[in-house]
Design a protein around this ligand. Structure first.
Ligand code: NAP
Length: 342
């Protein structure tokens, strides 16, 4: 099989927000040889490129994308280096992340259960160090294989080299952008203690033993109540990042809004649950302008209720950013990546 090259393809169906225009080229990559072909194609045409996995974290311009979109279809799941307590999972970056999580839980391996029901592909999880309910990818990743799209060579990054931070990694930096993640190596445990410290989870296990399967089921249930089904409604999950503010700012807000929850984030900083701010401080939960709104069950989730354009979504998001700033002086930023046309 050689590289599949398509021209002038609508990107809407490839994004969970269901907006955006047409891509000049779409290349579907299923193995390393095709990825090399794709890199050569991009160099030859002198075009920029964009990698799409699940399309759950991008906002494509209405004018479309004038470069090359690479659809990541690098598949394969295997288990390596089995010891008495641990195994290493090797997962292709184009695998659907939640299908991999589901398989590990079925096999009785601990580590990914708190990350159940997250949309997107395996390859996207190290990029923004995806995390939920007290577990981040940085806690379980051993390393990643990447393909250098400029040098046309394969490289391994250890967990330290990935430079993980809260929803950040080396792969988001300018230097890291030329690396295409091809495989992710994850350490799983055969026995472990359930991590159920988050309030939503704790409530589910009052008087009940949290087994591995039950933790996954509880998270799927919590998320299905809070998040809309992205197969049905246009959404990218949490549209904005939970902000981290300094102590002085936190003290001021605590006086203004005594009920506002805050979580220590290290180095004297505090994490603020933006869902709470949007709902209880700004009263924006469920707000809707035309085709765009904030979801009734979780205000952090922006929803495309109909045929919203990307421009409408951007304007709506900017209004939310302005209201939050006026009320709290917190500058919030989108977690969703705004793609440029070129
Ligand atoms: P939530 O559980 O209400 O939490 C909101 C915020 O409060 C998050 O910043 C969370 O930190 C923090 N928090 C809550 N309980 C905490 C505790 N016991 N200790 C420390 N920090 C605590 O948020 P939600 O919107 O319903 O989302 C549920 C989970 O999914 C959260 O963990 C959220 O971060 C995660 N999520 C992640 C992504 C992503 O990786 N892109 C997207 C959507 C949601 P943490 O963020 O550190 O957990």
């Amino acid at each position: 099989m050689s590289l599949l090259i398509q021209e002038n393809i609508a990107l809407k169906p490839y994004t969970t927000l269901k907006t955006g225009g047409v891509a000049r080229y779409v290349l579907t990559v299923t193995n390393l040889a095709e990825l090399e072909e794709a890199a050569r194609f991009i160099a030859e045409k002198k075009l920029s490129y964009l990698v799409i996995g699940g399309g759950s974290n991008i906002l494509v311009p209405d004018e479309g994308f004038a470069g090359v979109v690479i659809l990541n279809q690098l598949k394969g799941v295997s288990y390596l280096e089995e010891t008495e307590d641990e195994i290493i999972l090797e997962a292709g970056a184009g695998e659907v992340f939640d299908e991999v999580v589901s398989e590990t839980v079925q096999k009785g391996y601990w580590g990914l259960e708190n990350l159940s029901a997250i949309p997107g592909t395996v390859g996207a999880t190290p990029v923004q160090n995806v995390g939920a309910y007290g577990v981040e990818m940085s806690n379980v990743i051993v390393g990643v294989d990447v393909y250098d799209m400029k040098e046309l060579s394969v490289k391994y990054f250890s967990v330290e080299e990935c430079e993980f931070a809260y929803r950040e990694s080396f792969f988001k930096t300018d230097k890291g952008k030329k690396y295409f993640i091809t495989t992710v190596y994850i350490r799983l445990k055969k026995n472990s203690t359930p991590k159920i410290a988050y309030a939503d989870l704790q409530k589910r296990f009052l008087g009940e033993e949290p087994t591995l399967v039950k933790v996954r089921e509880a998270i799927i249930s919590i998320r299905s109540e809070k998040f809309p089904d992205w197969n049905v409604i246009g959404t990218a999950g949490s549209f904005f990042k939970n902000p981290v503010i300094d102590e002085e700012h936190a003290d001021t807000l605590k006086k203004q809004f005594p009920e506002l929850p805050m979580y220590e984030a290290g180095m004297g900083m505090f994490k603020i649950p933006l869902g709470y701010v949007l709902d209880k401080v700004c009263r924006l939960k469920g707000i809707r302008y035309g085709n765009v709104g904030l979801y009734e069950q979780q205000a952090l989730v922006l929803v495309n209720y109909g045929d919203a354009s990307t421009e409408e979504i951007k304007k709506f998001a900017q209004t939310i950013i302005d209201v939050v700033f006026r009320k709290t002086k917190i500058i919030i930023t989108p977690e969703v990546q705004y793609i440029e046309t070129k």
